[in-house]
Design a protein around this ligand. Structure first.
Ligand SMILES: Cc1cc2nc3c(=O)[nH]c(=O)nc-3n(C[C@H](O)[C@H](O)[C@H](O)COP(=O)(O)OP(=O)(O)OC[C@H]3O[C@@H](n4cnc5c(N)ncnc54)[C@H](O)[C@@H]3O)c2cc1C
Length: 522
């Protein structure tokens, strides 16, 4: 059977049931009310034999919109996924490695961000106040372990911007239950044994061990590193990025809190180490901690020692010996993501490294674009595929620049890992050009061409000026004219920070309250 250009795209088959598979299933099924009408059907096939990756516990604020769209009440999500609020990342030891070396990349944009660039006004006082504290209350909230909202704040709304820390295994289980019981997604628990092509080159069906062949019009490859459809079947090349981003290994552990009152951090803690960095993510019942490192710069035994030393010196953890799980990955992405009637989403599309939690947000963006622009028929699919590939290649490149920025700005001299990270050969041209530009021009909206950038100029500002980068801007009339407005915003921010510090509950206290009383519905 060959596909004709007028063939309607109705049968969507997702292969893989990790976070990627179930998020895409939820976004598609909620957009098209799958099962509630004849029309679009969503089937998810998941192998009982291949485990999900089981990490991926930090999200972006976008996850709030995604969960709301899928129709999961926030209180249910928080309690079923052991989830906690995340307000950004605290980077420890990334600049020099000295004791006091730490800065925040918070989720709340700098005050007045849509209309005024505060950096030129903050720079003269950079020795008095950090950039983050001058322009946002969020560093103060994170310092004190405070929640981004109050018990009376409606679900998915916040006083400060936030995403989540979640248990990846429980998240996939919640999405599965919701998608199958509420959204009409058909779930097939079976191993895919073959991909069957049609004569025209499209995928016609996937064969399963005991459910026969499952036919579809559009196939979504969410098979993780196996990349069964995009890689094994279509042989779409993989573009390695290890020459830019060196990390290719991780050791991960899950550690209970020392006691029921141990504080839950409001941010991911990312601590620089000799050959990589350690993530520390606080859920309600445990912390997820892992060392991601470059195998070219250390070995597994030394990495395990580094992780153990971190666990021993970290307050609030239950004592014990924790056996880490090793995960290897090849940083990079596919040369394209949508090929014929197959789209790769999640780890099958690529993975760079855990820094700044950019993987789940890319899955959400993929789900949004596929569901909002689902091709009506086979004839228009290639047009959308080309647009999708251009958009996502741009996004991967921008993410690579942003992640590399964290390493390039470091002044650490303690190991080859940090020195090699600054070698010009490892820095993409695009980032080198931006850094040259930003020596005299503060990052601003016009530096990036897309309306929905994954990392906006606000994120660049937080990292650049958090890491001590100095810009020598032109003295311009606009900055002078904005001086009064800037002064007002700095004062308002300081007042707002005082008020929030007094009024917001502790992260742990609010989560306990929500688990007992729920949250007001929006
Ligand atoms: C160390 C590390 C830390 C990370 N931290 C973060 C983070 O903090 N934030 C973030 O956003 N992301 C993070 N990520 C990425 C994140 O984990 C993934 O993007 C996310 O979990 C999605 O994975 P996935 O669903 O693509 O793949 P997987 O979870 O691997 O799922 C693959 C699915 O495919 C199925 N499958 C495979 N073969 C077959 C077959 N033959 N037949 C049927 N089914 C099959 C499996 O059964 C499974 O259900 C991290 C990744 C790593 C490696």
């Amino acid at each position: 059977m060959t596909s004709s250009t007028t063939e309607v795209i109705n049968r969507i088959v997702i292969v893989g049931g990790g976070s990627a598979g179930w998020l895409i299933a939820g976004l598609l099924a909620s957009e098209y009310a799958a099962g509630a009408q004849p029309g679009v059907s969503v089937t998810l096939v998941e192998s009982p034999d291949v485990k999900t990756i089981g990490v991926g516990e930090g999200t972006w604020p976008t996850m709030r919109g995604t969960l709301r769209k899928i129709g999961i009440p926030e209180a249910d999500f928080l309690s079923e996924c052991g989830a906690a609020f995340k307000q950004g990342t605290r980077f420890v030891g990334w600049v020099t490695g000295a004791d006091e070396d730490a800065y925040y990349h918070p989720f709340t944009a700098p005050a007045g961000y849509t209309g005024i660039n505060l950096v030129p006004h903050w720079q003269p006082k950079r020795n008095e106040i950090s950039f983050v504290n001058a322009v946002s209350p969020q560093g103060y909230l994170c310092d004190r372990g405070l929640a981004p909202k109050q018990a009376a704040t409606p679900e998915y709304a916040g006083v400060a911007n936030y995403g989540y820390h979640l248990d990846a295994g429980r998240f996939a289980a919640l999405l599965q239950r919701h998608c199958t019981t509420r959204l009409g997604v058909r779930h097939v628990l079976d191993h895919v044994t073959a991909i069957n092509g049609a004569p025209d080159g499209d995928i016609q069906s996937v064969s399963t061990a005991s459910h026969g062949a499952i036919e579809g019009d559009l196939f979504i490859d969410c098979t993780g590193f196996a990349a069964l459809l995009i890689g094994k079947h279509y042989q779409v090349p993989f573009v390695g990025k290890r020459h830019i981003l060196f990390n290719d290994s991780a050791l991960a552990v899950q550690v209970p809190y020392a006691g029921p009152d141990s504080p839950i951090a409001s941010q991911t803690i990312s601590t620089a180490c000799p050959a990589g960095w350690i993530w520390d993510i606080g859920l309600t019942t445990r912390r997820g901690i892992g060392y991601t490192y470059s195998s070219a710069h250390t070995d597994d035994a030394a990495a395990a020692d580094t992780l153990r030393a971190y666990l021993q010196r970290s307050p609030g953890l239950a004592a014990g010996e924790y056996e880490p799980r090793k995960i290897s990955f090849n940083p990079g992405h596919r040369a394209k993501f949508w090929h014929r009637n197959c789209v790769a989403v999640g780890m099958s599309a690529g993975f760079l490294e855990p820094l700044e939690a950019s993987a789940l947000v890319l899955i959400e963006l993929a789900g949004k674009m596929i569901s909002e622009e689902l091709p009506a028929n086979r004839g228009v699919m290639d047009v959308l595929a080309q647009r999708y590939n251009e958009k996502f290649l741009y996004r991967w490149d921008r993410i690579i620049d942003f992640l590399k920025l964290h390493y390039v700005l470091s002044r650490r001299q303690d190991s080859d890992y940090w020195r090699d990270n600054r070698s010009p050969a490892s820095i993409p041209d695009s980032l080198q050009k931006l850094l040259a530009l930003w020596a005299h021009h503060v990052p601003w909206h016009a530096d990036f061409s897309q309306r929905d950038e994954v990392f906006s100029s606000a994120s660049y500002q937080y990292v650049l000026y958090g890491m001590g980068f100095a810009t020598t801007p032109r003295i311009g009339a606009r900055h002078t004219a904005d001086a009064e407005r800037a002064r007002q915003l700095f004062t308002e921010n300081s007042r707002q920070a005082d008020k929030l510090v007094r009024n917001l509950p502790l992260n742990r206290d609010l989560l306990a309250h929500i688990s007992e009383h729920g949250l007001p519905r929006a």
